[in-house]
Design a protein around this ligand. Sequence first.
Ligand code: SF4
Length: 398
Amino acid sequence: MAYTEDRGAWFEGQGLWQHIPSEQWQDWTWQLKNRITTLDQLDAIMTLTPEERRGVAFAGQKLSLAITPYYFNLIDRHDPNCPIRKQVIPREGETLLSAEEQLDSLGEDEHSPVPGLVHRYPDRVLFLVTDRCAAYCRYCTRSRLVSNAQDYNFHPEYEQGLRYIESHPEIRDVLLSGGDPLLLSDKKLEHLLSRLRAIKHVEFIRIGSRIPVFLPQRITPALCEIFKKHGPIWMSIHVNHPKEATAELRDACDRLSFAGVPLGNQSVLLKGVNDDAEVMKALVHRLLRMRVRPYYLYQMDLITGGSHFKVDVRKGIEIIKSLRGHTTGYAVPQYVIDAPGGGGKVPVNLDYIESITDEEVVFHNYEGRTFRYAQTSTPVKALNAAVPAIAPAPPSQA
Ligand code: SF4
């Protein structure tokens, strides 16, 4: 598939929902109320494969099925291999458990001093403020708790979380996540952000959200005003494929940017979705055109029932290699593995360095050409011979 670089030609419109008045279509609460959540609803608008039917039947025990009408329009209903379809329509692979997989693959629960708060790094916390999302990604790292299909019974305790942050002066960075924080009402978000802003030692507030991708209608002027008021609020959105970069997402990102929200993107490397150099290049170029900096490319976490999405790390390295030096540096995300069990994010870097000694660094560039960088300084000539004489300073009057 070719991806046009013309921002004005990206997908837009109401697709299957042409009959809905545009005010309703633009209303994020209408989008939520009219999500596709059942097998019957899917059967009415597309033909599922047997593998998908079995996946949908199992979803209620693992991670609920939900797709906003807006996002459903991006699915190619005639192509079982559609990269958008794979992200939100369950497949049989979710029922399979591999020995390496875990429910809480990043060991978040054991670093949780109060419900909904993960304090793993000394100076920052992850504040999980809801278990709900606008749509559910079939590879979700937090599928143990998100949507409550596994009876995790997650009940975020804002007050306890806020008090914990208040009483820990070492916390300078708070990441709001979930679930999706932007599903909270404006009133709740305003409350949370104003409480966090009032904590003197909290310097940096960020939000991780896939709402701009699943439900760009939620990025209302009123919400942007809240971000402006309590800014700077940084935001990581989550776009995996260039087809997700629609006119609506572009406009939502514009609204956020104009409200002073710096935007980054976190993609997950997913088999059959974006494990392809051309697809990834089109994605990062589209992101830059929306003022979104590609930030992380994640190797998929080892979550239960996720092996059908797993990509060989060597493929990920190859994709990054195809970008580094071949396109704008801003467009190249950092490829990372979140260490299983809770070791934090570890960069997977390309091996450009051939050797390092006290004398020199030998390395090659993106074309494979070898270069040397001298670490020593051996003066061969004084450069100051040509410096004109400087008049002495006048005597001090003091
Ligand atoms: S939006 Fe985020 S939290 Fe929600 S299902 Fe997708 S990956 Fe999980």
